[in-house]
Design a protein around this ligand. Sequence first.
Ligand code: LLP
Length: 420
Amino acid sequence: MAAMPYPTGTIVNDGGHLEIGGCDVIELAREFGTPAYLFAVDEMRDRARAYQRSFAAHTDRFEVLFASKALPVTAAYRLFAEEGLSVDVASGGELTMALKAGFDPAKIYMHGNNKTDAELALAGASGVGHLIVDSFDEIERCERVLAKDQDVLIRVTPGIKPSTHSFIQTGQLDSKFGFGLEDGTAARAIERVLESDRLNLVGLHFHIGSQIFEIEPFRLAVEALGELRGEWCEILDLGGGLGISYGEGDSPPEIEEYVNLKVQAVRDVFGDGVKILIEPGRSLVGTAGVTIYTIGTIKEIPGVRTYVAVDGGMSDNLRPMLYDAKYTAVIADRANDPADTRVTVAGSHCESGDILIRDVDLADPRVGDILLTPATGAYGHSMANNYNGMPRPPVIFCENGEARVVVRRESWDDLLTRDM
Ligand code: LLP
């Protein structure tokens, strides 16, 4: 069990079943059906607290923002608001959910490389604390749409590439996001915003990528930003990006180590005067969540491979197909049995690429078993889709043995609700 990236508190009970947040996974599957996303609420809280504790050891001038694209669920916004976090929203939809969850608008930071008039108007009308300005067009649009003065940060692409999948690298000059440092556009954007009588420049932002294990690039990014600093710079928002373990062989840095490096880098370059913001998404919710499926079909091709097909796939977890992301799995009914049968876990979609895990060892999988994939808490639900008319799974929060459905399962009829 040690190598599996389960949420803290996960155990195997006397019946051999996995328990997440004190809830027997097999009972949950019976009660709520599969596929389903299960979350250990304690792990989300623990991680939020670890971030805050790590900062508090250095300074009281910090904010930890929940990057809500990782899990845009009203109950998650509410939980992190309770924990005292701020929030990063990347669209009018995420903003609507954050507001609905009761987030103090002053603690909302709004991103987006192409914010629309409607999104900016909603942000302005609801009193969003800060916009992260991403382009010259947006600056003009803000001046046209916003009715009152607005605090903003400028998003800079510092020209640093962390080692991660190229689709989730975002800090390089050749990016659709932000203002480039190397080509002088960041400096021009600063001048432009300082001249604006609608926008009030208070800081800088960067986000260099996601699922990052090597933390040195964050220091390099802070150093790169140093050349832009000015009197106006009260806030530095250093983005998210800390990686998590998806299975054996993954050893991400601890939250504390990552925060220490970021704080030290800011101190070295900008001194003690600035407030430091970070925007973790994956590392708050990723390992807190697991997905459960039912095995429906087993197809053995002698001498080739055995396909174990589950009742979900690329509609509930696109990451293997988009990023070649590797997952692991366990038969949750017999979690202590030796995993001695090598199989490939396929989804139910009409597409050969709908493979969740190629070559994983499971404990003698059988039709009707509950297969659980750990570490699906981030960017699973948020990138879910209805391909092949597949209803999206429910989101279930598990805490102290109580399971609470916070997003219900879609029904087949739900798929008809937008028809005119
Ligand atoms: N801040 C900004 C501006 C971002 O764009 C992101 C993620 C984050 C914070 C949070 O990053 P995290 O701490 O989660 O690494 N769908 C991809 C990940 C895309 C990340 C997009 N931006 C995946 O499933 O791997």
